[in-house]
Design a binder for this molecule. Structure first.
Ligand code: ZN
Length: 463
């Protein structure tokens, strides 16, 4: 997707969010009727940062996204236009949602949805489509519509086949005049934006968990700023972040997190910003600083990808030599098997056993730079092989002279040891092209507005 449509996509739901929140509660009924899921998503967005306003908490509970939602359409006061539509309805309808469980029978699922309908139970039991996609599948959001006699009118369930997919599947079961109908459909996920923020107390994941930010967004954040901040070594208590990201929805129900659109990270009092932008004519977009420098660097700050497993582990210095100088490198504590990646592109100069280093890989980069990865439990590359940035070289282990599983990492310039912490700073970044600059600047203006909104949501949460 290009930069321009993305920016429109971004601005709409954000301004809408604040409209809706400020309209509470006078227009709540109207808004909920028109966009029930959007409002849920907006409130959930606010709640993600840890609960902001008591009315929201009281109404929706601590985790709106996991609560069954119930909407009584006719019981709400309606503005004139909607009242007329509502008068035309023959009877009221009840909508309820429930997560499916792996041990669900047709009866237990409908029971949880509050429906007593033996005919519907029988149909679900008999239908091969329902048996394949509804029963025995855990964690799918099922939504039921029933009438005033508690008869099922429609039951639909949505899911995505895999975490990367931009499409979703929908199974719809409907009461028709002639009997029950069932259909398997495919739809395209639609993106809405979420604002969130947090303050680091102990680790990034603790902060993102508190803010109810999905793991994939936390990992993206660490990845986006990986040229400037080593999330294993450089995080400080009190560091804070704001992030604007996509949530991909199916029929208004959030299905998975999408891409980070913009982010700001204040690390050790220094502010780093990123905005996703695709230059016209380029096949792919990437992240830029607000002044138009690509955040992609020749070197990553860390040879370990940031993950839940590695995030709690600090950097470990040699017990005798407390600094990298005496020790010639830095050690990362991590469980055996944690993937080790090359911090930059290059050629494998050495891959094999090397005395006290155990299983070792050395990668030669440009400008006389080389990096070394030691004590590996396994090696995935061979001498002479071309390596791209981030490519997996092997896995953490305790081979050679090592008291426990860890990665020993070194950086050398023309064979001389250098502080690995300075490695990423050797990289020069590439500016955005002159031709795209003015469009980019417009995009940045919007991103700044969104990030300011995300920051204010975060401040609300800590007050
Ligand atoms: Zn070491």
């Amino acid at each position: 997707m290009s930069g321009a449509p993305r920016s429109r996509l971004l601005s709409k739901p954000l301004s809408a969010l604040f409209d809706r929140i400020s309209l509470w509660p006078q227009r709540w009924a109207e808004v909920q009727l028109r966009h029930p899921h959007r409002v849920m998503a907006a409130i959930a967005g606010l709640l993600m940062v840890g609960g902001t306003a008591s009315y929201a908490v009281a109404t929706l509970g601590p985790d709106a996204s996991r609560m069954p939602t119930t909407e009584w359409v006719q019981s709400l006061p309606l503005p004139d236009g909607l009242q007329r539509q509502s008068d035309a309805l023959p009877d009221w309808r009840l909508y309820r949602s429930e997560q499916t469980r792996s041990n669900d029978t047709a009866e237990s699922l409908l029971n949880r949805l509050g429906i007593q309908d033996p005919g519907a139970v029988e149909f679900i039991r008999q239908s091969p489509l329902a048996r394949a996609h509804l029963l025995g599948k855990a964690g799918r959001m099922a939504r039921a519509e029933s009438d005033h006699r508690n008869q099922l009118q429609e039951l639909s369930v949505r899911w995505i086949a895999d975490e990367k997919s931009e499409r979703f599947q929908r199974l719809v079961l409907q009461r028709r005049k002639s009997g029950w109908g069932i259909e398997l459909q495919t739809g395209t996920l639609s993106a809405t934006t979420q604002l969130a923020g947090g303050i680091i107390q102990s680790s990034l994941f603790t902060a993102t968990d508190q803010a109810r930010i999905p793991d994939s967004i936390a990992v993206q954040l660490a990845d986006i700023f990986s040229g400037d901040i080593d999330f294993h070594r450089n995080l400080r208590k009190g560091d804070r972040f704001s992030v604007v990201y996509e949530t991909l929805e199916a029929d208004g129900e959030p299905m998975r997190a999408g891409r980070v659109l913009s982010a700001e990270f204040v690390n050790n009092s220094k502010t780093h910003s990123a905005v996703w932008y695709k230059e016209p004519g380029q096949p792919k977009g990437e992240y830029y600083s607000l002044n138009g420098q690509s955040l992609r660097r020749a070197y990553l700050t860390s040879p370990l990808a940031f993950s839940r497993v590695t995030s709690g582990m600090g950097m470990r210095f040699h017990p005798i030599h407390q600094t990298w100088k005496a020790h010639t490198g830095v050690d990362y504590a991590a469980p055996t098997g944690t993937p080790v990646r090359s911090v930059g592109e290059g050629v494998v100069e050495m891959a094999g056993w090397s005395g006290g280093y155990g299983n070792t890989v050395v990668v030669r980069h440009r400008n006389g730079h080389s990096t070394l990865y030691a004590h590996l439990s396994k090696i995935n590359v061979r001498k002479g092989q071309n390596i791209s940035q981030g490519q997996e070289l092997g896995a953490v282990g305790a081979t050679g002279t090592a008291t426990g599983p860890h990665l020993h990492f070194e950086f050398r310039v023309n064979g001389v040891h250098r502080d690995p912490l300075t490695l990423a700073r050797q990289s020069e970044s590439r500016p955005i092209s002159a031709a795209a600059k003015s469009q980019f600047d417009q995009h940045v203006k919007q991103a700044q507005t969104d990030l300011a909104a995300a920051a204010s949501v975060q401040l609300l949460a800590v007050q």
